[in-house]
Design a protein around this ligand. Structure first.
Ligand SMILES: [Zn+2]
Length: 523
């Protein structure tokens, strides 16, 4: 028996000092499409997410609210998971860094690196950004401020600490990037990191804090806690049992991909592989640095970075409750290129929703279901055992190959564009030119053939859309008597025409002569 290939992917973990916004959600969404696609393609998938709780920001926020930190973290984790569930993010496991299993994992790991001789005690003095919770070099500051936190002035700090000797890994890292050209994706980020390391070199990293109550205790010197960055990266191995369940850990490690924001590429592409190498572990196969979502200011048209301090944060739940989970997913996956940047604005949201979902996909579906139900009593007689007629401009084999290539490279916006331009548009054009709603009055067999023809690309589209719009795709598929169960469809099924054991039937119920619209028009 051949074993299923395994796929282990993670997202960045989030600071729970405020609720997730659409930018945070964008990352989880991109990761979710990949996880769902891999499952369809037969992979055994582990999709890890979590919250980054061992940070001063979080304990400060809890103190402001007068809550015990643990209680605050648990409540926020519940709120985060509620949002991820509402967006249909299909994660396998969620790690809170305050959990005992994570403390145990982080301590086992840091002890291992210490034993290997890569941690030394010293003291550190420098400029510290409280927003990033990180020391900054002079070069990184602009007029005394971190460019990511222009509302905060960097403060001078000095403290005894332990250093991780990152500088010792510089040559090893450059050789590793050379030998693993796909390690950093997209390509532009890879070039950034290599240039940065070649020009500036790598300095040893302070990995501890002294005198904090909250956080993971350093096992060889309990006066110290582990600095949030060193500890956060370790959730990726906590979730799969490092230090607790060796067989499980060996099954999943190394990760196939870490999805992260482009602002934290350095931590993941330099610090993380060096940490792993120091502990005798293999680095992950890939780090994917996705772009950011900016908010379009509806009055000025200017693009703004989403930030709590600017007060322009959009809660994903506002969109999901007003429209739907799939409407949310479609907008961000189609309009915001995952590898680069995108923007959100309510006017554009309505425009995209109406043109692509309501008028295109939704309309094709409702026309087909309604015409077959009303004019053929729900059954296209004579379709059993044969393939649908071909449609001009529709080449399923080519379309599926293109979509697959885009999905695997996380170019989700191009995958969706291909589904619309190469699958749905030809079906709608075919419908418009043959007008089966007129044919039913003059030539029923011809009308039946046109409807049968329209169905084939609709079926292919909903299979290709399964990782993107899981609910709507399933609703479409379940509206017909396709032989293959929904749980078993693969992308290959979209490339080959369906054969029907029985005559094609519409299973969706009509309400007052109409099918329930998948995407009711906005406005
Ligand atoms: Zn900062």
């Amino acid at each position: 028996m051949s074993e299923r290939p395994r796929w282990f992917q993670t997202t960045a973990i989030d600071y729970p000092n405020s609720r997730p916004h659409i930018g945070t959600a964008f990352e989880k969404l991109g990761a979710d499409v990949q996880a769902r696609y891999r499952r369809m393609e037969g992979y055994d998938v582990f999709f890890l997410m979590g919250n980054d709780e061992n940070t001063v920001k979080v304990s400060k926020r809890a103190a402001e609210l007068g809550k015990p930190v643990q209680e605050y973290c648990d409540e926020m984790a519940r709120q985060f998971r509620e949002v991820w569930d509402a967006l249909d993010i299909s994660y396998t496991e969620f790690v809170q860094t305050s959990e005992p299993r994570h403390h145990a994992c982080a301590q086992a790991f840091i002890q291992k690196v210490h034993d290997a001789g890569y941690i030394r005690k010293s003291s550190y003095e420098g400029w510290y950004c409280e927003g990033c919770e990180a020391f900054k070099t002079e070069k990184e500051l602009v007029a005394g401020k971190c460019p990511l936190h222009e509302n905060l002035t960097a403060v001078r700090r000095s403290e005894p600490c332990y250093f991780f000797e990152l500088s010792k890994f510089q040559d090893w890292l450059l050789a590793f990037y050379e030998a693993n050209p796909d390690f950093i994706r997209p390509e532009s980020r890879r070039n950034e990191i290599i240039t940065l390391i070649k020009n500036e070199g790598l300095q040893d990293v302070n990995i501890t804090r002294r005198g904090e109550d909250w956080g993971v205790r350093v096992p060889f010197d309990p006066e110290f806690t582990v600095y949030v960055w060193f500890d956060a990266l370790l959730t990726y191995i906590t979730g799969i049992g490092y230090g607790a369940d060796d067989a499980e850990f060996r099954k999943w490690w190394p990760a196939d991909v870490h999805f992260i924001g482009k602002d934290i590429t350095r931590f993941h592409c330099a610090l993380w592989p060096a940490m792993l190498h120091a502990a005798g572990l293999t680095p992950p196969k890939q780090v994917f640095g996705h772009g950011f979502v900016y908010k379009k200011n509806e009055e000025t048209g200017a693009l703004e970075r989403l930030s709590k301090t600017l007060g322009n944060v959009v809660d994903p739940m506002d969109i999901v409750t007003k429209f739907s989970c799939d409407a949310f997913r479609y907008y961000f996956l189609r309009e915001c290129p995952f590898p680069s940047d995108g923007e959100f604005g309510w006017a554009r949201f309505a425009e995209v929703f109406n043109s692509d979902l309501a008028n295109n996909l939704g309309n094709l579906y409702s026309r087909l279901v309604t015409l077959v139900s009303k004019n053929f009593a729900g059954t296209l007689a004579g379709t059993a055992g044969r393939s649908a007629p071909a449609i001009e401009g529709y080449d399923p084999v080519a379309a599926v190959a293109t979509v697959r290539g885009h999905v695997e490279a996380c170019r989700y916006h191009q995958a969706l564009e291909t589904i619309w331009r190469q699958v749905l548009d030809p079906a709608n054009k075919f419908a418009d030119s043959r007008a089966p709603w007129k044919l039913v009055k003059t030539d029923m067999p011809a009308a039946g053939e046109v409807l049968f023809g329209m169905l084939e690309p609709l079926r292919a589209a909903c299979i290709l859309l399964k990782p993107f719009l899981p609910r709507s795709a399933q609703t479409i598929y379940a509206s017909f008597n396709f032989a293959k169960p929904w749980d078993e469809v693969t992308y290959q099924d979209a490339a080959s025409p369906a054969k029907f054991a029985d005559d094609l039937k519409v299973l969706a119920a009509l309400d007052a002569g109409k099918v329930k619209p998948l995407f009711p028009r906005i406005g």
